[in-house]
Ligand binder design. Structure first.
Ligand SMILES: Cc1cc2nc3c(=O)[nH]c(=O)nc-3n(C[C@H](O)[C@H](O)[C@H](O)COP(=O)(O)O)c2cc1C
Length: 162
C-alpha cells in the first residue's frame, strides 16, 4: 500500500454525502440509533438500500440481528440530532422526538425523508458490516437535506445550469 489510514480517510472525505440516522430495536426492546453517512441506494426493483456499521459500535450486534430498521435522512437544521446519535452510549432517544412504528422501530420526527426497511442481507466489509435493506415504505418531506463533506456539515448550494 502506498498510503496510510489518515490519507485514505482524507481522500474519502472529499466525497460529499448526506447524513442519516439508522434506528432499530433489540430483543429486549431497547432502542438503538446511530449517525451514518455510508447510506446508499442499491436497487430500484426490488427496492434496496445499504449502509455500513463499524463492527465495534455498541449497536452493531443489534443492527446485524434486527429484522427491521429505519434510515432517516436528516434535514439541514438537524446537526444537533446528528451529533447526539454519533456519541456512543448516550441516551440518544430521551431528548429526540420519536414514536414506534408497527414493527417497533423508533421513528424520528421531522427528518427530510425516511426509508422503512426489512433486513435483506448482511455482508462482511472488513472492519464494517454492510447491511442491505429492502424498502417496505418511505416518507418524504419538502426539506433540504444536510450535507457532510471534508469533516464538516454543509448546506446544499445548487449550481445553476448554464
Ligand atoms: C457524519 C457522521 C457519519 C457517520 N457515519 C458512520 C457510518 O456510516 N458507519 C458507522 O459505523 N459509523 C458512522 N459514524 C460514527 C457513529 O455515528 C458513532 O460511532 C456512534 O457513536 C455509534 O453509536 P453506538 O456506538 O452507540 O452504536 C458517523 C458519525 C458522523 C458524525
Amino acid at each position: 500500500m502506498t498510503f496510510d489510514a489518515r490519507e485514505f480517510r482524507d481522500a474519502l472525505s472529499s466525497f460529499a454525502t448526506g447524513v442519516t440516522i439508522v434506528t432499530a430495536r433489540d430483543q429486549d426492546q431497547q432502542a438503538v440509533g446511530m449517525t451514518c453517512s455510508s447510506f446508499n441506494s442499491v436497487s430500484i426493483d426490488p427496492p434496496l438500500v445499504l449502509w455500513s456499521v463499524t463492527k465495534t459500535a455498541r449497536s452493531a450486534p443489534t443492527f446485524i440481528s434486527a429484522q427491521y430498521f429505519a434510515v432517516h435522512v436528516l434535514a439541514f437544521d438537524q446537526t444537533d440530532i446528528s451529533n447526539r446519535f454519533a456519541r456512543s452510549g448516550e441516551d440518544k432517544f430521551g431528548a429526540t422526538a420519536h414514536h414506534l412504528d408497527i414493527n417497533n422501530v423508533p421513528i424520528i420526527h421531522d427528518t427530510a425523508s425516511r426509508f422503512d426497511c426489512e433486513q435483506y442481507a448482511v455482508h462482511d466489509g472488513g472492519d464494517h458490516w454492510i447491511v442491505l435493506g429492502r424498502v417496505l415504505g418511505l416518507a418524504h418531506a419538502d426539506k433540504e437535506g444536510l450535507v457532510f463533506a471534508r469533516g464538516s456539515y454543509a448546506k446544499l448550494a445548487p449550481i445553476p445550469n448554464e
